[in-house]
Design a protein around this ligand. Sequence first.
Ligand SMILES: CC(=O)SCCNC(=O)CCNC(=O)[C@H](O)C(C)(C)COP(=O)(O)OP(=O)(O)OC[C@H]1O[C@@H](n2cnc3c(N)ncnc32)[C@H](O)[C@@H]1OP(=O)(O)O
Ligand SMILES: O=C([O-])CC(=O)C(=O)O
Length: 434
Amino acid sequence: MEALKQKFADKALALYQELRTIAKEKGSTKVDEVTLGQVLGGARGIKMMLWETSQLDATKGIRFRGYSIPEVKEKLPSGPQGEPKPEGLFWLMLTGEVPTAEQVDALTQEWHRRADIPQQVYTTLDSMPADTHPMTQFTIGIMAMQSDSVFSRRYAEGLPKSEYWDAVYEDSMNLIARLPHVAAYIYRRAFKGGAHIEPDTSLDYSANYAHMLGSDDEDFRSLMRLYLTIHADHEGGNASAHTVSLVGSTLSDPYLAFSAGMNALAGPLHGLANQEVIKWIFEMIDSLGTETPTEEQIADYVQQTLDEGKVIPGYGHAVLREPDPRFTAQRRFAEQYVKDSDLITTVWKIFDVVPPILQGLGKVKNPWPNVDAHSGALLVHYGFREFSYYTVLFGVSRAFGVLAAGIWSRALGMPLERPKSVTSDWVKAQVKDN
Ligand SMILES: CC(=O)SCCNC(=O)CCNC(=O)[C@H](O)C(C)(C)COP(=O)(O)OP(=O)(O)OC[C@H]1O[C@@H](n2cnc3c(N)ncnc32)[C@H](O)[C@@H]1OP(=O)(O)O
Ligand SMILES: O=C([O-])CC(=O)C(=O)O
């Protein structure tokens, strides 16, 4: 058995026993109270699922197994310029331990070994118009691999419950290994006339993905390591993670569950916001006729967007109440690696201008930037201007977190998820005498 799988099995089995005892002996412990406002307001803040891989704090941001983004950057094995490798984060999320550089290298090799893409993926993608939205191509590409699912095959053969996690682990490892290949194929067919680039297995996961996209720039490789690490997980309640978890709870296999989650990530209030941000900035630049807008010009354009009844993409968050540490990590990266970019300077000016305007509306709970406010400008800097592709990059990263969490869910014996809904008549009856 692979070292990672063995380590996970040891930890997960112990936790499974512990949680069963807790559920049996303390199951009636109250952990939350639900208000009508939460029922009518998108279930914000309701504690209703277990998620081992990360936890979000409204002011401090995400922590992966207890480690903040600066801590992850400092502790995880990194590339030559010091940016953390997502391989290490995956190891951390599954085991709770910071891996050694050798363990991370072995995982890189394991994923290279598993990156065997069934031919039908390419024939399926090639049958679609090249201008089909890249996220649509991405979910279809994932679905085209579903017939390979180890979990589905073994379930049909009578897999016992105690071995679900093992088959889900196999599917998740295969899927993570394959995703950059499918994702790069989509990029090259959509934007580079189908001139595909062979993988280079001497590279780590992020550098190889960058290579297959078309860049061997050392700084861009570093950006990919950082990008794929910081977008990986944001606890369980966000729309993509929750979708993967919900679908996985029916014992749909990881291909089915992950592609469902990617359809959630493709919405403009969630992962698609990264494309919406850069589109909005390009439209602003076009409309103002300058690549270096002043703060006053930006403020006017923000007001115009709000007057048109639209949101300012990249700002606000369902949970966070401070600037997103993932925004800050990208800003630090830009400060270190990018010497002059009008676009990035504009992103920083927007950061100075937008929060007071949103605050002034009196209804926006978080006026600060989220992760999507920065990523596009960095990608443009390295030559990736095709913003409809950006959410695919996000999706490749999100696989690390949601698939690691899926392995945990099956190992811990999490049941079918099925919360309660109510009708408006029920709501009216509740408030009648209040
Ligand atoms: C990876 C990620 O998913 S990060 C989020 C990416 N999404 C975006 O950047 C899109 C822009 N932001 C938004 O639409 C929101 O802030 C969301 C969807 C992220 C969070 O939504 P909520 O939790 O409902 O935010 P909140 O409680 O602050 O909303 C209250 C009001 O402020 C508005 N608001 C929130 N953010 C913004 C914004 N960026 N611009 C304008 N109005 C906003 C809401 O639309 C809502 O208005 P309404 O009462 O008239 O319907
Ligand atoms: O946490 C959320 O709701 C959205 C988000 O930032 C993410 O999923 O990365």
